[in-house]
Design a protein around this ligand. Sequence first.
Ligand code: PMP
Length: 408
Amino acid sequence: MLSNEDILRLRTDFPILEEKIYGKPLIYFDNGATTQKPVQVLSKIEYAYKHLNANIHRGVHYLSQKATEAHEEARSTVADFLGAAQREEVIFTRGTTEAINLVAFSYGEAFCTEGDEIVVSVLEHHSNIVPWQMLCERKGLVLRVIPMNERGELDLEAYASLLNGRTRLVSVAHVSNVLGTVNPVGEMIRMAHDKGIKVLIDGAQAVPHIPVDVQQLDADFYVFSAHKIYGPTGIGILYGKQELLNAMPPCQGGGEMIDKVSFEKTTYNVLPFKFEAGTPDYIGSTALAEALRYVSAIGLDAIAGYEQALTEYATEQLMQIDRMRIIGTAREKSAVLSFLVGDIHPYDLGMLLDKMGIAVRTGHHCAQPLIDSLHIPGTVRASFSFYNTRDEVDLFIKALQRIVPMLS
Ligand code: PMP
């Protein structure tokens, strides 16, 4: 378990936490949107540009080879972090969104025909809905939706009844970015595999908070974004089982993804390069690897334990506020706390919290179908990191106690 001293020491790794917002200390509770970056990651970016910058893979010169080594070592770091069987199963993308789009296009081309079905859940982020709708439109597929109960837990009986001979893929979030629900993805994968159905897990909100092992889960695809796990923006990961990725066509053409090019016929490169057209973000990959080393050194079990306790504390304290309604009360929850107070609009609460230096998210959180199904205008969302403290939660509650009567 991380002690208060550990947290205070870790906080000093994050320069931005020293910022003042309108003259008040920043309380950053918008970690679900993006996390702050430790000096270790910031220094790595500067180091890479200063000492390792050359285009990778094709150069014979020293710097190009060094940069290639760093990029490919980063791939191995990601493979180890996810427990992948092969480093070639790790594809660098621009983020979760691009990774899901890649699978929707490429898996769709290889394995889906008219009348087939794709299963998602009601609590998905738009980036795990829209790419599938586009595939459905392109190929005449049908999108099926797993419902949830009033706590925000997926209905597994309904899920079982959605799996049939036409189901080609299930694509679900590991953790909901709105409700914090940790979905039982291991069980859901087993249920799909029993019927020979492949599964993609959107791990954007899971990897920063809980240990993930793709082989233990037996996930066919697992995706996440670096910027939500203390790494840089603009880079993310698609993990896919080798035999599946091998059977899928590339989705972008260009340099590096080819074997031989002629005007008559072009052949494609092997994994992972087949899916990485163009100059990759080798600075980003190096910085992502540093971020993964950083969280691994703290320990994801320790992070999960601390964040769990902080979220429970924040939930108890929030419940003291009159007319408080927590949105999402799943038994398995991660470090996300969505709420509404009476009929106060979430935007108004967010605006006034901001004036007190407290950064929260308001609105539909890119999950409009979920918000619509709950018949609410949106939520205020506080999402925590291990660098958040009980003192910050106390200040947040005090701020709400001042704001709520003003808006009522
Ligand atoms: N899925 C989930 C569950 C998310 O929370 C997010 C980011 N809010 C995304 C996907 C999209 O991630 P990105 O914008 O980094 O591609």
